[in-house]
Design a protein around this ligand. Sequence first.
Ligand SMILES: *Cc1c(COP(=O)(O)O)cnc(C)c1O
Length: 351
Amino acid sequence: MDDRRPNINIIDFARPSILKLKPYASAKDEFKDFDNDLIFLDANENPYENGLNRYPDPNQTKLKNVISEIKGIPLQNILLGNGSDEILDMVFRVFCEPLKDNVIISIPTFGMYKVLADINNVTCKKVLLTTDFQLDVENILSTIDENTKIILLCSPNNPTGNLMAKEDVLKLLLLPVLVVIDEAYIDFSDAKSWLNEIGNYNNLIVTQTLSKAFGLAGIRLGICYASDKIIELLHKIKMPYNVSILTQIKATKSLEEVVNIQNEIDLIIRNKSNLYKELLKIDLVNKIYDSDTNFLLVKVDNANIRYAQLLEKGVVVRNRTNEPLCEDCLRITVGTEQDNENLIKALRSLN
Ligand SMILES: *Cc1c(COP(=O)(O)O)cnc(C)c1O
């Protein structure tokens, strides 16, 4: 056996109540082989066809097959959700016993992790990133206790925009805890996704989404990649029809036309580098952090004032000044060429 593999028994990690749970068997589950000759009188649907009168495929087989082929990951290592938010919530519900277990996050990061911990009544331990926004591995190690179930990482990280160093992530993967890597922004980065490592680490969970690079935030599709055992457990608690027919159709189509998406991603990355150059010329901008995402974290002279002034001029950015290590920082999404030009014009007019 590859000695890099941690010996965590996933079953020991799951909540006992989830292990005992008998999942809901939907009408659609019992007839997996769609046969057009069958007459379906089993799900109390309206029988008159309009394209959406039937419940969606609970296993999203067609869409998952496309994802499996594009990513080179077997079907049994993929789970789809109503956005990655739903997937992360499912991970909490499968593995974290409320009022007992805890998770560790490295701040500043995506605010949803803390909210999900709170919703699930699970303690969220916060470890500060280093001043260059990297993982403080020593501090994480000393924060872990016997009730720590998950270390949640975001790479590239929101709002700092950077990737987490590979060697640090590897150290965490050797620990007897689950490591979730949220890769919402990975399509904007040249870095390799961690999803290719799920075969090497049975404690690794990678989440991706169509909400950012794919331009489909409105359809809500999150993707989870993990070992067979983890996917099996998540599947037990998955709501039967969590991904709608409309979402399955739109996502399948978009993934089949992945070349068009790549052109748009390339354009956004070019626009980002132009925006970066233009922002640098503006006096009130003190620093712009490197970004592997579609946003820039920009340190200004006074974030509260500049945020309000931009709003008055009709430009909405995200004020991150109250986040640790982000004093006077605005998080600015890369827009269209016109959006970016308008932002620069607005900034130039401020005094
Ligand atoms: C935007 C974002 C997501 C997206 O979540 P969805 O529910 O898939 O839309 C996830 N994680 C991070 C860090 C994000 O910034």
